[in-house]
Design a protein around this ligand. Structure first.
Ligand SMILES: NC(=O)c1ccc[n+]([C@@H]2O[C@H](COP(=O)([O-])OP(=O)(O)OC[C@H]3O[C@@H](n4cnc5c(N)ncnc54)[C@H](O)[C@@H]3O)[C@@H](O)[C@H]2O)c1
Length: 354
């Protein structure tokens, strides 16, 4: 964020969901780049929210943590009264597709739709917000065929296929409505798959690294040819900061790294790091409705806001693996708090092998 250095000095920023993976990376970066920013982090500390992600900055006087639910209007209104944030970024969400299928969608509707509604209402009432960024996902656009070169643009129609993506789309549409109806200065971002430190280990990359550390095979959904555009988390955080500062109110920005890789390729890179061969991949039944391919056209944010990804995949990916290898205590604390990662994988073992 070098050319953004100092851009938020003297301002108050409300970050929702800042104890999770991307939010904690965002807060750390914002504090590093701005000496006099004030940050309030509102997080419900669900299974993926972890104060240990921010233990190094907890004592910083510029930073305040509040435990609470974005879908609780009383809590939100109090925070707007107390901090008068000029900037709001909402990372708070239920985010795991498998949980939305196997555990149920109600929590997803609560946070990803009702929560966004209450945040928008409170921001509207408070009248102090110059920009609200709703951090959304490319998954709202549905799936692209493997054998095409099509990419999602900002005008691609929503076609979500999982309860997770459907609820994210619901929140995004509320943002659009609040901009159209009340002129709320809302920006919605659609980013592709992130990798980096502090990601809850149910997601592909930390999960596979953890399996390797445990000496276990890598369970691969279906044929493993599902393609994602992998972006380093700090590149995503940089894009969000630019949207917060200069994004057009009512605007939508797609964020990707032009780095399409399938799950088999990701698995092989992890195996290679640990000196293992492909016999360590175990094919398991596919996720129902598993989207084949996501690909992002990020030319709008590049041209309008001057953003482009700065991290080289090879080195950022390797440093991400190393981070998990070096932070096994962090993994153990998370496991102790939340239990087994991806228990459904074991239930599916042996079903519909590819
Ligand atoms: N991880 C990715 O690859 C990716 C890609 C594109 C977009 N996104 C979006 O980015 C955002 C952050 O994703 P992440 O990977 O950091 O998720 P995460 O699961 O690591 O973090 C989510 C955070 O939100 C908090 N939270 C959940 N419900 C809440 C509620 N009702 N009130 C307050 N806090 C609540 C959790 O405690 C957690 O700290 C999400 O909105 C997600 O849709 C993620």
């Amino acid at each position: 964020m070098n050319d953004l250095r100092g851009a938020f000095d003297g301002h108050s920023v409300l970050v929702c969901g800042g104890a999770g993976f991307i939010g904690s990376n965002f807060i750390r970066q914002l504090l590093a780049d701005n000496t006099s920013v004030r940050i309030a982090n509102l997080d419900l500390l669900t299974y993926s929210g972890n104060l240990e992600n921010l233990s190094d900055i907890q004592p910083d006087s510029r930073y305040t943590f509040i435990e609470g639910d974005i879908a609780d209007p009383r809590v939100i209104e109090e925070i707007f009264d107390r901090f008068r944030p000029e900037y709001v970024v909402n990372f708070a969400a239920e985010t795991h597709v498998d949980r939305s299928i196997h555990v149920g969608a109600l929590e997803f509707i609560h946070t990803n739709v009702e929560g966004v509604f209450h945040l928008l209402e409170a921001a509207k009432k408070a009248g102090c917000v110059q920009k609200y960024v709703q951090v959304s996902t490319d998954e709202v656009f549905g799936s692209l065929p493997l054998d095409s070169s099509d990419r999602f643009s900002e005008t691609t129609p929503f076609a979500p296929t999982s309860p997770y993506s459907a609820t994210k789309a619901g929140g995004d549409l509320l943002c659009r409505a609040y901009n159209e109806t009340w002129g709320m200065p809302v920006v919605v971002t659609h980013c592709s798959n992130n990798y980096g430190p502090y990601q809850y280990p149910e997601k592909l990359i930390p999960f596979f690294v953890l399996r390797m550390l445990e000496g276990k095979k890598l369970p691969m959904y279906g044929d493993g040819k599902h393609v994602r555009d992998w972006i380093y988390v700090l590149d995503h955080c940089d894009a969000i900061a630019r949207c917060l500062l200069s994004g057009t109110p009512g605007g939508v920005y797609n964020i990707g790294a032009d780095n399409e890789m399938n799950n088999l390729q990701i698995a092989k890179l992890i195996l290679e790091y640990f000196g293992k061969d492909e016999s360590w991949i175990e094919f398991v039944g596919d996720r129902p409705g598993h989207d084949r391919r996501y690909a992002i056209d990020s030319s709008l944010i590049h041209h309008e806001l001057g953003w482009k990804p700065r991290h080289d995949f090879e080195s950022a990916f390797k440093s991400t693996i190393e981070w998990y290898v070096d932070h096994q205590e962090w993994i153990e604390h998370v496991r102790k708090k939340t239990g087994v990662f991806n228990p459904h994988i074991d239930l599916w073992r042996g079903h519909e092998k590819a």
